[in-house]
Write a protein that binds this ligand. Sequence first.
Ligand SMILES: Nc1nc2c(c(=O)[nH]1)N[C@H]1C(S)=C(S)[C@@H](COP(=O)(O)O)O[C@H]1N2
Ligand SMILES: [Mo]
Length: 258
Amino acid sequence: MEDLNYESGKNKGRQISRRDFLRNTGFLLTGTAITSFLFASACRDNTEGTETTESSQTVEPSDEVIYSSDTLRRDRIPPEQIETKIWPVLHEGVLPEISHPDWTLTISGLVENEKVLTYAEFTALPRVKVFSDVHCVTGWTKLNNLWEGVSSRSIVDLARIKPETKFVIVKSDYWSYSANLPLDYFLEEDVLFAVKHDEQDLNTEHGAPVRLVVPKLYFWKSVKWVTSIEFSEDDRPGYWETRGFHYRGDPWFNERYR
Ligand SMILES: Nc1nc2c(c(=O)[nH]1)N[C@H]1C(S)=C(S)[C@@H](COP(=O)(O)O)O[C@H]1N2
Ligand SMILES: [Mo]
């Protein structure tokens, strides 16, 4: 079921001025304040009972913010989702202990330049800011997130992917989590490897040192504690996809399970 109010094309990934940002945010906050409670988790969640972080709405993004196009819809809640104001913590396995100086990011597969980036090299890459919504397949949607990090496009430029590439598999060494994505979804302007959320350094619970954020797909695709990115010609299912989840996972098409 597609939202007919979606202004596709025209506003897709456009950069916004601060005035537009404030106007849209003000409108949406009044519109969405009505429905707000946490939907219970169905993803196997080993952190049940973990404290969740209250999100702040005080963020004032600068003019360079990329506005994820789904945040311009009149109705921003996809089918069968419920808005939450808190930010749940969901993941498989125990919370990893990762020392930033030891963390590396491996870029491999169908690339001209294989890379192993240190944390210092990664954080020296150009930064982008993205304003997006988050939709977890267990039913909660968290609106108005401001992310900062490295664009997926910078990674692709750095590694020089080969023309046969059609899919991307993003992985975490921490408990062998991974997710597969079509290349065109990975290359959307609002996709980034985030190090900050709402102007704060990301914490380990939410994926530090570096997490993927793919606003146009369910949040299980947004791998936390990313340690490698592989470019591939074939679609190879990741952690949840091998357990029955949809290969693509577009919330606007309700693509939850196969
Ligand atoms: N490495 C890793 N990344 C992961 C997961 C995981 O189990 N391991 N869970 C996914 C799921 S199902 C969700 S809903 C989001 C939750 O992110 P959050 O804890 O920051 O809300 O992370 C995604 N990324
Ligand atoms: Mo999830």
